[in-house]
Design a binder for this molecule. Structure first.
Ligand code: ATP
Ligand code: MG
Length: 420
């Protein structure tokens, strides 16, 4: 128990954190190219925010939230998605008072869902997300899809496809709901238990079911796309024009409905084919009524969330090598009596910006070399008794074997030169 993390959580170990940092950098770059700036919101919010924001007919709110009472007897929930917190922040700080649109992104936000842990499905995962408030045109929907697509492409993820759909708005969706309910009416009995529940609460969600048998039954379900009002249809057409002009492949898939209640018009997913089937790495859409549902301002918005663990999983599966650097640039090895001499040299090197270290574990000189090798340090500095007596140090290039004996005063300059 004490040495085991809770089910569905994962540590990022010191030796692998460079992979996360690499993604963070690429994500920052991608977002800032389109003018998005970082927002950081708390890990927990009032439960009410998610009931209102995410929608109480969703799987998340029904079954997956980590909710508890704090010592002040307030109901608190660990963030089960990123958008509601961003909307709350946008409203609380009157960000709508500035010129719109307001563009923000969040990086590595921890997301908590009580799910059945399996490959690609954790109880704590992390998301990169982008949200844009105050822009109603489809050019923004396209901007977000393109940013996510280019980012994943640039990272080296293969077999990536963009799937888009429109789920209409409160003026055209009710007609569709009715049609869908009629269609499902005599078929629902053959569907899974969750779908039978969804049928009563929110029939659209039945299309999102991952069970084969349910997907089969709804294959010929009516499509929302045939029932869009003029405004929603024009919006969807413009989105497609934008994606075509930008030259990215996309597919209209009328089964994409997304797991959250707040979407209007555009919904999209970036999907890859893996050996275990389809994997969604990014999902998002437009939520023109959510801001008003939480605050009062009628402000349209659109955004997406991307699962970091899934991105890393895909990079692994595609054999993409993420650049890493060795822990040290120089490892200083020394004969026992020269430990403080070595200590001084290490401090000098660090002061001049060289990543350096020495043995702190009482190893023999031979074992120090072995250890230095293991750390992958490109250079070692050797302090034998002879070097110490003369105020020198021998610097050695571990891959070419090239050696140079220099005075301690010249050591840093020489290291910089040898590192190139
Ligand atoms: P799914 O259909 O796979 O359950 P979702 O629709 O619930 O996904 P979103 O709420 O859209 O997912 O979250 C955005 C992204 O976050 C997903 O596309 C996925 O990459 C990632 N994600 C969602 N849930 C998990 C999880 N439990 N573990 C790891 N990553 C997740
Ligand atoms: Mg889910």
């Amino acid at each position: 128990m004490l040495t085991q993390a809770p089910r569905g959580t994962k540590d990022v170990l010191p030796a692998e954190s460079y992979r996360w940092q690499y993604l963070e950098e690429k994500m920052r770059q991608a977002a800032s190219l389109a003018g998005y700036r970082e927002v950081r919101t708390p890990v927990f919010e009032h439960t009410e925010l998610f009931l209102r924001g995410v929608g109480d007919t969703t799987d998340i709110v029904q079954k997956e939230m980590y909710t508890f009472r704090d010592k002040g007897d307030r109901s608190i929930t660990l963030k089960p998605e990123g958008t509601a917190g961003a909307v709350r922040c946008f409203l609380e700080h009157n960000l709508y008072a500035d010129a719109l649109p307001c563009k923000m992104f969040y990086l590595n936000a921890p997301i908590f869902r009580y799910e059945n842990p399996q490959s690609g499905r954790l109880r704590e995962h992390h998301q990169f997300g982008m949200e844009c408030f105050g822009a109603r045109e489809a050019t923004t929907d396209a901007e977000l899809i393109l940013t996510a697509y280019r980012l994943l492409q640039e990272l080296g993820i293969r077999n990536l496809s963009v799937e888009i759909n429109s789920i209409g708005c409160p003026s055209c969706r009710p007609v569709y709901h009715k049609r869908l309910k009629e269609f499902l009416g005599d078929r629902i009995g053959g569907m899974c238990e969750t779908c039978r529940e969804r049928f009563g609460r929110n029939p659209l969600r039945v299309l999102d079911c991952k069970e084969k048998k349910c997907q089969e039954i709804t294959r010929d379900a009516p499509s929302m796309l045939d029932l869009l009002c003029d405004e929603c249809r024009e919006h969807f057409e413009e989105l497609q024009q934008c994606l075509s002009r930008a030259g990215i492949p996309y597919r209209v898939n009328s089964r994409i409905v997304r797991g959250l209640d707040y979407y209007t018009k555009t919904v999209f997913e970036l999907v890859t084919e893996t050996k275990d089937g389809k994997l969604t790495v990014c999902g998002g859409g437009r939520y023109d009524n959510l801001v008003q549902q939480i605050g009062e301002q009628d402000i349209p918005a659109v955004g997406f969330g991307m699962g970091i663990e899934r991105v890393l999983m895909l990079l692994d599966a595609d054999g993409v090598i993420i650049p890493n650097r060795s822990q040290y640039e120089v490892f200083v090895t020394y004969m026992g009596a020269n430990r403080l001499y070595a200590f001084d040299l290490v401090q000098k090197m660090r002061e001049s910006g060289i990543r350096a270290d020495m043995d702190h574990c009482g190893r023999s000189l031979k074992a120090q070399f072995k250890y230095a090798n293991k750390t992958g340090a490109p250079l070692t500095a050797v302090i034998g008794d002879e070097e110490a007596a003369a105020g020198n140090v021998k610097i050695k290039n571990m891959s070419t074997g090239e050696e140079a004996v220099v005075s301690v005063g010249e050591a840093c300059g020489r290291v910089h030169a040898m590192l190139g």
